[in-house]
Design a protein around this ligand. Sequence first.
Ligand SMILES: CC(C)(COP(=O)(O)OP(=O)(O)OC[C@H]1O[C@@H](n2cnc3c(N)ncnc32)[C@H](O)[C@@H]1OP(=O)(O)O)[C@@H](O)C(=O)NCCC(=O)NCCS
Length: 180
Amino acid sequence: MSIENRSQTRAPSIGMRALRTDDLPQVLALQASVYPSSLLESGQVLASKISFVPAGWTSLAACDGDTLCAYALGYPWRSNLQPSWNRPLALQQDCDVLYLHDVAVSRAYAGRGIANALVSQLMRQGQQFGLSRAILIAVEGAQRYWSRLGFVAIPAASTDPAFGDDAVLMQRELTLPGAV
Ligand SMILES: CC(C)(COP(=O)(O)OP(=O)(O)OC[C@H]1O[C@@H](n2cnc3c(N)ncnc32)[C@H](O)[C@@H]1OP(=O)(O)O)[C@@H](O)C(=O)NCCC(=O)NCCS
């Protein structure tokens, strides 16, 4: 699958595929390059978030040859559970929302629409799994970025304090016209 948008002219070799546990060394390096140390999750936790998902579900990688330029980690989730930080994921039953846990783009590949393409594909996958809503926790001031993709803050919602003081729980319907 290739990333077909603004990135096509500027980075023609970038492709999208399922994120795998053997990507973990590059995922950990990318994570450490864009987040402060207080927001880094362990390899074991990230491996669980890639693996303990329903059959047929995948998180996504954007690759330039062998180089991981971005990843988007998301999975079906239950809206009555508060997402946690740096705790291993257990397979959930009766999921009703897509939880976009983490989207990170290497600085060398920023601004090419890669995050937008990965999020759009995860949302399409969520729809195929019968989910009608996506939620996420915006950290590090990313609320404005997510607003541009149609997410709105959920008023008075609390988040795991580990996500930081400025964390904001946001949501978006998956069925709105004009998907990202
Ligand atoms: C946020 C992030 C995923 C965007 O990736 P990307 O591939 O560069 O995004 P896109 O190319 O789809 O969109 C780029 C646009 O988003 C804007 N943008 C990027 N980060 C932003 C932020 N934190 N707040 C507001 N706008 C932001 C860029 O300025 C650019 O705007 P433009 O189109 O007007 O030039 C990337 O910057 C990143 O990995 N940041 C660090 C990790 C992070 O904060 N992830 C989200 C946590 S909830």
